[in-house]
Design a protein around this ligand. Structure first.
Ligand code: ATP
Ligand code: MG
Length: 269
């Protein structure tokens, strides 16, 4: 573990009810220090209710990936509290964190993170294989078929197109039916048909299996599959839309882009 400054007393806050699949309280993340410090998150508090599909949007550099990584226990907040269910991640040691991630969380990375030496099939079943869980082959077949991967399963990532690699990463996150699925731009490299398939599987995960889904997207149409869209700008939540439609999302994004200057700098703050 890297050394982090002491956190706020997490136990001072009441735990959210069990119907919340994940939550953040006053989460801040600072990369670097002094003049070059980047305040990626500046105090984010949000609940992700069980069985709900949330889309996170915002300009490049607004902190979307950082927030998802903190929520999924892949990165540590500088201050604040993250919970998965009622488990406070700041209390967990490395081993317990690894097990929690393995057993409860599926993650689709912005850069896919496939294992280059494994075939698509082996990449998809990897989380189950590591956890020693049987793969539900009927479910795996259904996911692979819907994502159009059936005849690519024996290929390695280097032999797949970017969009196919992205769909393998989505299949990997879905096959173990984790309680919560995080997708960092899971449709960023897909054409509209494949994108629709990924989004409708994620929608079905919430509607039919009460899984909780959180995705980052830049696409208003993708966001319109969600129950709610949360908008980040400059490390803060600045807006939220329930039951979004693509036009409404597009309007909010347009105003955000107008309001926010060049991303990723700390000038004038
Ligand atoms: N490991 C790191 N070290 C230093 N700065 C970082 C690191 N990771 C992210 N940042 C900075 O933190 C800010 C937020 O980054 P983040 O990746 O969360 O943005 P994002 O909203 O996901 O952007 P995008 O839409 O481009 O993926 C950016 O200014 C980025 O440069
Ligand atoms: Mg990102």
């Amino acid at each position: 573990m890297d050394t982090m400054p002491p956190r706020h007393a997490a136990s001072a806050e009441p735990a959210p009810p069990a119907a919340v699949a994940a939550s953040a309280r006053e989460v801040a993340k600072v990369y670097g220090s002094g003049d070059t410090a980047v305040h990626a998150l500046r105090g984010v508090s949000i609940d992700f209710p069980t069985g709900e599909f949330t889309a996170i949007m915002g300009p490049s550099g607004s902190g979307k990936s950082t927030l998802m990584h903190c929520l999924a226990g892949l990165d540590t907040p500088t201050s604040g509290t993250v919970r998965i269910g009622d488990i406070d991640l700041t209390d967990l040691g490395d081993k317990a964190m690894t097990e929690l991630r393995r057993d409860r969380i599926g993650f689709v990375f912005q850069s896919f993170n496939l294992v280059p030496t494994l075939t698509a099939r082996e990449n998809i079943t990897l989380p189950c294989d590591i956890a020693g869980r049987d793969v539900d082959t009927a479910w795996m077949d259904a996911v692979v078929t819907r994502l159009g991967l059936t005849d690519r399963l024996d290929h390695r990532p280097s032999e797949l197109s970017g969009g196919q690699q992205q769909r393998v990463a989505c299949a990997r996150a879905l096959v173990g039916r984790p309680a919560i699925i995080f997708g960092d731009e899971p449709t960023g490299n897909l054409d509209s048909r494949s994108s629709g398939e990924v989004l409708s599987i994620l929608r079905a995960a919430t509607d039919e299996f009460s899984q909780t889904v959180v995705i980052v997207t830049h696409d208003p149409r993708a966001a319109s599959y969600a129950d709610r869209v949360v908008f980040l700008a400059d490390g803060r939540i600045v807006n939220e839309l329930r039951h979004p439609d693509a036009d409404g999302v597009f309007e909010v994004m347009r105003h955000l882009d107008d309001a926010v200057g060049p991303a990723g700098t700390d000038e004038g703050r």
